[in-house]
Ligand binder design. Sequence first.
Ligand SMILES: Cc1cc2nc3c(=O)[nH]c(=O)nc-3n(C[C@H](O)[C@H](O)[C@H](O)COP(=O)(O)O)c2cc1C
Length: 218
Amino acid sequence: MKLSELVKERYTTKAFDPEFTLTEEQIEEIKTLLQYSPSSTNSQPWHFIITGTEEGKERIAKASAGRYEVNVQKIRDASYVIVLCSRSYIDDSYLQSLLANEEHDGRFADSDAKNMQNKTRLFYTNMHRFELKDIQHWTEKQVYIVLGNLLMGSAILGIDACPMEGFDPAVLNQELNLREKGYTSSIIVALGRHSEGDYNRKLPKSRWPQESVITELK
Ligand SMILES: Cc1cc2nc3c(=O)[nH]c(=O)nc-3n(C[C@H](O)[C@H](O)[C@H](O)COP(=O)(O)O)c2cc1C
């Protein structure tokens, strides 16, 4: 299928078939997609909580109870649910372990290359930590890149998805002990297959006309 067809075909699933389960192979593909997402300075400031069990999904669904009730059944009926979490802070020990991991993966031909990477990452990280004072905003931006990849990747794999900001992060952070681990929950993504009752599947897409969102410089 052409990319332009796929982006029109993928959509947010509003009701999942509770009988459907993803294959092990699909889950492994999704895990690899999460792991290999790009990020500014390769900072990878994230963690992903994933579950395919009833118990795990119930724990996550707690965060949508009440105000975000509309999302509870999606979390329960999806085959797999992923919580995309952002790092709450980036400290020097995290930066050092990142650098060591890149070295281990063979990224540096020599110590100059290693120093350059360290310097570049410190420049951006320090700017967000100490000048702009928006480090959490920055880490969350990286996590939303994963979200984009995940939605497109799922579509490529033929998996239906529902991204959800409709949940209480305070409830989810506590339920998953995210604060203690230095993370906060940013977005939930439910994966599975739509049910017959999914009204959104039959609706046409609505987007701004291309000429109003794209300007070509000549
Ligand atoms: C960041 C983000 C948060 C969203 N949160 C929710 C949500 O809490 N519940 C829901 O049903 N849909 C949610 N959506 C789905 C959007 O409403 C949907 O993507 C948008 O209307 C475009 O429709 P499409 O995905 O079907 O193309 C969210 C989408 C994004 C990208």
